[in-house]
Design a protein around this ligand. Structure first.
Ligand code: GLN
Length: 302
């Protein structure tokens, strides 16, 4: 990738640099070449994309910004994820810091957030996010529900540190604890929750080599590798939910598109009910939801 850094676009206007960057990224096989080039040019110039789009295309770009842009384009052409180059990604309308230590938040995961928000209002609640990564799920839920508090755990201490920075950035740090550890192992055995959420690693190990280079070469394999059948992460999450959910508490976990039936079976076997698989905007199975029965309430209602 460093070898590609020497490219020179031979243009120094905004319009010329945009055109050259788009062409370079398109030639590298990047579908979102135009958008990515604009975002990188805006980043190199210290502007928002909106601001860039209303700037005169004939504007001369200063040499330092042009050099930054050319280096960024070369890295993106080498399939470094855009979020790593600009250091952040939007998720559910908020900006999250992203480093190579965390999975880049994905739009599909907003399906999980919506599945939770649809079921639960702002009454005080304690939630647990297993494999929190950037904190996208936990911190979005805390931002959307000011009455909630939660704990996020990640096996990677570096990921937990990124999530902690995001908690401060989003102004929810006083209601979030972010710790490093193996699933729910760091927690006191008696600690229970009203909601357990997770985007566990769910890619079958044998399929990792076939993922896009951005994912395969640059994202943490710990956040992707779901074991031989892709369901090892979900099994750990379901087991933790079995230990940690209060009666009436909910589980919501992200799954792979072809894992709906097997995921629902795992959740049912753990004794949860109201089990449902929900689809993302592309119509693919994406989230499994379940609820721990509440015998006390069933009695009162009968
Ligand atoms: N959706 C991710 C991908 O394939 C997988 C994320 C995960 O394993 N949790 O890029």
């Amino acid at each position: 990738m460093t070898a590609a850094r020497g490219i020179r676009f031979g243009a120094d206007t905004l319009a010329g640099l945009r055109r050259a960057g788009r062409a370079r990224l398109a030639a590298a096989g990047i579908d979102s070449a135009a958008l990515d080039a604009d975002l990188l040019l805006a980043h190199a110039m210290g502007l928002t994309r909106e601001r860039l789009l209303v700037t005169d295309p004939a504007t001369a770009v200063p040499a330092a910004a042009r050099a930054r842009y050319e280096a960024l384009i070369a890295e993106r052409a080498g399939r470094v994820p855009l979020a790593h180059l600009v250091g952040s990604r939007e998720f559910f309308g908020r900006s999250f810091l992203v480093t190579p230590d965390v999975l880049v938040p994905r739009p599909e995961t907003e399906t999980l957030v919506e599945a939770v928000l649809r079921r639960l209002d702002d009454r005080p609640l304690r939630l647990l996010d297993l494999g929190t990564g950037s904190g996208a799920i936990l911190l979005t839920l805390l931002a959307e529900r000011p009455g909630w508090e939660g704990i996020g755990i990640d096996r990677s201490p570096a990921a937990a540190a990124v999530a902690r920075r995001n908690a401060r950035r989003l102004g929810v740090a006083s209601r979030a604890r972010l710790i490093a550890g193996d699933w729910d192992a760091p927690l006191h055995p008696a600690l229970t929750f009203d909601l357990v959420v997770s985007n566990p690693p769910y890619v079958p190990r044998g399929e990792i080599a076939g993922l896009m280079p951005e994912v395969r070469c640059h994202e943490p394999v710990l956040a992707l590798d779901g074991g031989p059948d892709g369901l090892d992460g979900l099994r750990a999450v379901v087991a933790a939910a079995g230990r940690r959910l209060r009666p009436g508490g909910w589980l919501a976990a992200e799954i792979g598109a072809d894992q709906g039936a097997r995921a629902a079976a795992l959740v049912l076997e753990a004794g949860l009910r109201e089990v449902l698989v929900e689809a993302d905007l592309a119509g693919r199975a994406r989230v499994v939801v379940g609820r721990r029965p509440d015998p006390g309430r069933a009695l009162m209602n009968s």
